[in-house]
Ligand binder design. Structure first.
Ligand code: PEP
Length: 235
């Protein structure tokens, strides 16, 4: 199966640094082409400027979130159709930061994923247990219920991101990642499953070699062009 390498820039950078990051990736792609599908997800205001830089490359653009509604009186929200109009092909939904900071639940996340599919975007639906759930042996059940409730029928990507591994430098071991990915694969046959949480160029190959890992969702390391490209080269 094709592998995906997705960079989530989160709320980082300004217009010039986002433009430079995109330009740097386009140069690297020309110098060192990779097999993987590479997607970058800049902050909303800079999608247009990044889209212009990516135009003549095979790099893909994604949003970091979208509305659960098609259009209307939803001040401050951005629709999946708008992202598509800005040349996005992907959108992250249900990131653990939004689940925790904005109380997003599985129902809302499923609606966002459905809006994405209706707009011909591929949703990247994030799931993952927190530390307490991991330590009390509930990881499998928590992730299973997130997948059952948040993933609609259709062409989606699922990203397994244990909350305790995001931005912490800690990663689960190969058997912990493999166990969750295998369970998701059984539940959603044919759906690519990405791993996310403290991925770096030094651990990318090892994680990509785990069965049922079809790609990586990268936060912090995606802000460093050379480091992110090394991760893409590992796929
Ligand atoms: C993320 O936020 O999706 C993520 C995986 O972050 P990091 O790579 O920084 O842990």
């Amino acid at each position: 199966m094709n592998k995906w390498i997705v960079g989530n820039w989160k709320m980082n950078g300004m217009m010039s640094s986002c433009r430079d990051l995109a330009a740097g990736l386009v140069t690297l792609e020309q110098e060192k082409p990779v097999r993987a599908t590479v997607v970058v997800c800049p902050p909303y205001p800079y999608l247009g400027v990044v889209a212009l830089r990516l135009m003549d490359s095979s790099l893909h653009l994604g949003g970091q979130d979208c509305s659960a509604h098609e259009a209307g009186a939803f001040t401050g929200q951005v629709s999946a159709k708008m992202l598509k109009d800005l040349s996005c092909g992907y959108v992250i939904v249900g990131h653990s930061e939004r689940r925790a900071q904005l109380n997003e639940n599985n129902d809302l996340i499923r609606q966002k994923a459905q809006q994405s599919l209706a707009a011909s975007l591929t949703p990247i639906i994030c799931v993952g247990e927190n530390l307490e759930e991991r330590e009390t042996g509930k990881a499998i059940d928590v992730v299973l219920s997130q997948v059952q409730q948040a993933v609609p029928k259709g062409k989606c990507l699922i990203a397994y991101e244990p909350v305790w591994a995001i931005g912490t430098g800690k990663t689960p071991n190969a058997s912990q990642i493999g166990e969750i990915h295998q369970m998701i694969a059984r539940q959603n046959p044919g759906t690519p499953i990405l791993y996310g949480g403290s991925v770096k160029s030094s651990n990318a190959s090892e994680i990509l070699a785990i069965p049922h890992v079809h790609g990586l969702l990268v936060g912090g390391a995606s802000l460093d062009t050379a480091e992110f490209w090394k991760i893409a080269e590992a796929a």
